[in-house]
Design a binder for this molecule. Structure first.
Ligand code: SF4
Ligand code: SF4
Length: 471
């Protein structure tokens, strides 16, 4: 029997953003979406070309677009609030949908179908390792243009070769990062299940360029690699985008938990949050000379007589942060496995989701402070330069101004939220021994909170003796 396609949902849920007058238009209207994507594509191409045409330090536009506006500002603000709207408007994803249609549509080989390529190769090694070890490298407009040209060409090639948006899933530096961190937001894409019951040929799934089935998102408690591209919502009216309580999926059982999501939370907490606290916080305090990464870094720098553009202190800080975080997680979860009588892997897959807020919510502190001291004037003056607007603005605040310390509250919100999720998830792992499991597994958020308190104490007691460059 042919079952009718759902054409129209007459009464949408109150919390369904797609049914709200203005928000529904902004999130779902084809022309609005096209407008955002053409705008970001234009900015991407213009900033790259501008970087090649004007490769000197005079060019403040190219670096402002990539390192101030898109990444990290827009990404860090949008992920824990609206969810993965970064991917929704991403020019690579936009191009990808069209290139895939005309491409070879091959199945990605096994070696490529691995999201750790994106997380460790494209993100940690290609970006964070370079940033800490060669700090001035990516501040150059030419290198920034080359960096994004490389990823644009690579994405185009992979979109043309493979089906299912393989570049986004496996190679993009922020593909798996965005889908993992979007769990901390208040948005959730799914479908009206009553309508789906009558549907035998899910138009939403057939329309999805990522080969996902949104009608299963609720039952799996996972949106997988959803980029909020809204192709499914255009194919069927039964798709909804709900405004739910913040991070609601993190409290419930996850049917197919993914180690890559847990590793995103753990590795980026080490590489971004801990390393920045070490290298961009404590290394610039009055007691920096006592910090172990400074001592070892300076020793290596002089032993190998390295030039100044190589920063061994930054590299050692990152390696020490990784070693510290991974050891703490490994040892504490070994104990959790014993206490809960589950395997180490199971323990991580159930409880590791509690670490989701640490980097992304804690990171709001850094990004908001930097908006006032760096990003705002970088972006405004960069756009003024590139489009001949003839305006010049100063920073909204100077580094060290007392009121900026208000943003230091975010790491504490992140740490406490992580502990609260951990408490709830501990019951999913071992109801009987919940208290013990929670106590042992809270070592990472506990360490994170202690480091935040220590950094605050050092900042007040031994104020900064160096200036902090943009990054
Ligand atoms: S996964 Fe990467 S390339 Fe794909 S849409 Fe998201 S940011 Fe863009
Ligand atoms: S589920 Fe819908 S919004 Fe998500 S990627 Fe697929 S088509 Fe796009």
């Amino acid at each position: 029997m042919q079952v009718a396609k759902v054409h129209f949902i007459a009464k949408r849920d109150k919390r369904d953003i797609l049914g709200m007058p203005l928000l529904g238009f902004l999130f779902k209207n084809r022309y609005m979406l096209l407008f955002y994507r053409l705008l970001t594509l234009f900015l991407l191409l213009y900033a790259i070309i501008y970087g090649f045409v004007n490769p000197t330090k005079e060019n403040v536009f190219t670096t402002a677009v990539f390192w101030s506006l898109f990444w990290p500002f827009f990404m860090v603000i949008s992920l824990p609030t609206l969810g993965n709207v970064f991917c929704m408007v991403c020019p690579h994803g936009f191009l990808g949908k069209h290139l895939t249609r005309i491409g070879l549509k091959l199945r990605p080989p096994k070696w490529l179908a691995n999201p750790y390529i994106g997380l460790i190769g494209s993100n940690i090694l290609a970006y964070w390792f370079v940033l800490y070890t060669f700090p001035s490298f990516l501040r150059s407009p030419l290198n920034t243009a080359l960096f994004f040209t490389f990823f644009t060409l690579l994405s185009a090639l992979l979109f043309l070769l493979f089906r299912g948006m393989a570049y986004c899933k496996y190679v993009c530096p922020i593909g798996s990062v965005n889908s993992a961190f979007s769990r901390t937001s208040f948005t959730w894409l799914s479908t009206y299940q009553e309508e789906c019951k009558t549907c035998k040929k899910p138009d939403c799934a057939l329309a999805c360029p990522y080969e996902l089935n949104p009608s299963k998102f609720d039952s799996r408690n996972s949106m997988f690699n959803c980029t909020l591209c809204m192709e499914c919502a255009h194919a069927c009216d039964a798709v909804k985008l709900e405004a739910k309580p913040w991070g609601s999926s993190l409290y419930k059982e996850i049917k197919q938990p993914k180690m890559i999501e847990v590793m995103v939370y753990i590795l980026l907490t080490a590489v971004i949050t801990f390393t920045m606290r070490f290298h961009h916080g404590l290394s610039r305090s009055g007691i920096s000379d006592f910090m172990p990464w400074v001592v070892v870094g300076k020793y290596l720098q002089s032993m190998f007589n390295l030039p100044k553009w190589i920063d061994m202190t930054g590299l050692v800080a990152m390696l020490m942060a990784l070693l510290l975080v991974l050891s703490v997680v490994y040892l504490s979860f070994k104990m959790v496995a014993v206490v809960s009588k589950r395997s180490l892997k199971d323990s991580l897959l159930v409880l590791g989701y509690a670490f989701a807020p640490l980097m992304i919510v804690g990171g709001l502190s850094h990004v908001l402070e930097f908006f006032f001291t760096e990003y705002y004037h970088n972006i405004m003056n960069g756009f003024s330069q590139a489009f001949g607007l003839g305006i010049h603005v100063e920073a909204l605040a100077k580094r060290g101004e007392a009121w900026l310390h208000i943003f230091k509250v975010f790491p504490f919100i992140a740490g406490l939220w992580s502990l609260q999720i951990l408490w709830r998830r501990s019951a999913l792992l071992a109801e009987q021994r919940r208290v013990l499991v929670f106590a042992v597994a809270s070592s990472l958020p506990g360490l994170y909170l202690m480091l935040s308190i220590f950094a605050l104490w050092v900042m007040v007691s031994f104020p900064s003796v160096h200036t902090h460059g943009a990054h």
